[in-house]
Design a protein. Structure first.
Length: 273
């Protein structure tokens, strides 16, 4: 019912899963990840208990192949399961039970496990692997996972059609305001083009929920500060920081207004795409 990629970033700091399916709310069933531990996708006749069990095994020191072996040994319906796991060190493992519906199979390598079932054919996982291996190691994991997922979708994807997609990425301290490890947790539950919609949401996730890089910061001098304050007051805000809070751009503007993200400045000036 599903095609997915489970992976670790090239720098060994992030883990994540991207998945799409002709299935309602696939993000509620398939993916799970914990920073510093690993990630898993459970699909076909998914055993959702695998998520907690696998991550517990990995956290206790098991490698991906060992964790997968334990899951299957403890499951009397292993023949209808499909599972992909990547561990903290980048080891990977994937299982496609003999009872999974055609076409079903996987591709694995250092730092990734790609798997799918009820696909149009092996070209789906082949395209995903090629796309994943072609990503720049410096790319953020979320974007790289989405590139691979989109390649599988373009190659045919789920033979029954499209319905939902999801993306989960974890990295230590990457959550909102540094409060947790969730860099991205996005779901498209029911949509005619879920992978494209997931890409749109990822772009918004970056804008609202990630901090500006040094290259994105525009210094605020006295003239620009006056421009920003005038803009905010013209829109009924107490001051520019009040407008920032209303629009949820806190991660993109300095607390002391020493800098503003270039994308936010473009929005202020009506120059945004």
């Amino acid at each position: 019912m599903t095609f997915s990629i489970v992976a670790r970033s090239a720098d060994g700091q992030s883990w994540g899963v991207a998945v799409a399916s002709k299935f309602l709310a696939v993000g509620n069933v398939v993916p799970a990840a914990v920073a510093g531990v690993g990630a898993i996708a459970t699909q076909a006749h998914a055993n959702v208990a695998f998520k907690g069990l696998a991550l517990a095994y990995l956290d206790a020191g098991a490698t991906a192949p060992v964790a997968l072996q334990r899951l299957l040994e403890e499951d009397d319906r292993a023949a209808v399961r499909q599972v992909g796991i990547v561990d903290a060190a980048g080891g990977s493992a994937s299982h496609t039970g003999q009872g999974c519906l055609s076409w079903a199979g996987s591709r694995t390598g250092r730092g990734y496990a790609i798997q799918g079932n009820i696909l149009t054919g092996p070209e789906v996982v082949d395209a995903m692997e090629e796309a994943w291996l072609g990503t720049d190691p410096e790319d953020d994991l979320a974007s790289a996972l989405l590139v691979a997922l989109a390649a599988g979708d373009a190659a045919g994807g789920d033979s029954r059609g499209r319905q939902s997609a999801a993306l989960v990425v974890v990295r230590e301290g990457a959550g909102y305001d540094g409060g947790d490890d969730v860099a991205a947790d996005l779901r498209v539950d029911d949509h005619e083009d879920p992978v494209a919609e997931l890409a749109r949401l990822l772009d918004l996730n970056e804008l609202y929920l990630t901090a500006s890089t040094e290259d994105e910061k525009v210094p605020v001098d006295a003239g620009l500060r006056a421009e920003l304050e005038e803009f905010a007051q013209a829109r009924g805000a107490r001051d520019f920081h009040a407008w920032v809070g209303t629009e949820n751009y806190e991660m993109r503007v300095a607390d002391d207004l020493a800098w503003i993200d270039g994308r936010i400045l473009a929005i202020v000036r009506g120059e945004a795409d």
